[in-house]
Ligand binder design. Structure first.
Ligand code: P6P
Length: 335
């Protein structure tokens, strides 16, 4: 049983040796993300107080108007990772292409690539609803000593060596895994220190919460419609409760603690759904499986999908094992 009140720094040091690639570099990487999380948290928490809200007047590759906090979070995470000279490349939702990093001309000796959604759910910022950062970490597959290539980023989710998120909510938490379970750390803002508050997080096998944007109901596949009606039917422990924040990290986090399923299906208006495979679905799927949950595209494991593009979208169903398996039954009936 992990002792609570341990700091994130102590936890990283104590668990470094258990990590199969324990060369200390991954620990430095997690520490870099920890620092950036504190900086972004500070900005997110004061967003309502200074003229940092509103559009930055630019749009990202998604065609979405970039909130200034989006831009700031993106810059902070990229700069912090660059400064620590640990990664050889970064891909971000806010960047059209990946960024090759060869800090101080170290001749591309760094081994890791990071893919990041610096501020997911940013449309919630102006209405003071929680948002999050999502990160995914791989070892490069091209030779060390050469510039990073697209294939270093287009790896299956099952190849991730670590993944996690920061949720900027009523409290700020960093939740991550390096392949040995999921642990949650809560920031004490007075001290600027993350403390182990949620050791060994696990999805309950069952749950009573379903999370989906029901405004898109008429556009869903029949299997999804049938599952939503199943959730709403008076029978056994149903109807379930519908909870949808519009922020993947927050919905995922609540469902992991209480039990539930999050769905962003494809539809007649979003042929591959909305969520991005590489820096939203893969890291959340890695965490879900590490927490004894399931993450699928409605038919197969998210982590087995062979990526083809940096910003590709996939349908996403994730959460408590028995709930996702029940969804699969409805999808199979209507396949
Ligand atoms: P919709 C935020 O933009 C996001 O990527 C997820 O965090 C969230 O769950 C989803 O999109 C919300 O999308 O179409 O329901 O508003």
């Amino acid at each position: 049983m992990l002792k609570k009140n341990k700091t994130l720094g102590e936890f990283i040091i104590e668990n470094q040796s258990s990590f199969q690639y324990s060369s200390g570099e991954l620990s430095k990487l997690i520490n870099a993300l920890r620092l950036a999380a504190k900086v972004v948290n500070h900005e997110v928490n004061k967003a309502g107080l200074v003229d940092i809200l509103g559009d930055a007047g630019d749009t990202n590759i998604q065609g979405e108007s970039q909130q200034k906090l989006d831009v700031l979070a993106n810059e902070k995470f990229i700069q912090t990772l660059k400064n620590r000279e640990i990664v050889c490349g970064i891909a971000s939702e806010e960047e059209d292409d990946f960024i090759s990093i060869n800090s101080n001309d170290k001749n591309h000796q760094n081994k890791y690539v990071v893919l990041i959604d610096p501020l997911d759910g940013s449309s919630n910022i102006d209405v003071n609803v929680s948002v999050g950062t999502i990160f995914s970490i791989y070892r490069r597959v091209t030779p060390v000593g050469t510039p990073v290539e697209m294939k270093d980023f287009l790896q299956k989710g099952s190849e991730q060596v670590a993944a996690g998120y920061i949720v900027y909510g009523t409290s700020t938490m960093l939740v991550y895994s390096t392949g040995d379970g999921v642990n949650g750390f809560t920031l004490n803002p007075a001290l600027g220190t993350f403390y182990l508050s949620h050791p060994n997080m696990q999805f309950p096998e069952d749950g009573k919460i379903y999370s989906v944007n029901e405004g898109n109901y008429v556009h869903f596949l029949q299997g999804v419609k049938d599952y939503i009606k199943y959730c709403q039917k008076e029978e056994g422990d149903r109807p379930y409760t519908s909870r949808y924040i519009g922020s993947l990290v927050s919905d995922f986090h609540r469902n992991m603690i209480k039990g539930g399923i999050y769905m962003y299906p494809k539809s007649s208006i979003a042929e591959n759904g909305k969520l991005r495979l590489l820096y939203e679905c893969n890291p959340m799927a890695y965490l879900a499986e590490q927490a004894n949950g399931i993450a699928s595209d409605g038919f197969g494991r998210i982590l087995e999908i062979e990526p083809t593009e940096l910003h590709q979208r996939v349908p996403f169903f994730c959460g408590s094992k028995n709930m996702v398996e029940k969804l699969h039954e409805f999808m199979a009936k209507n396949a």
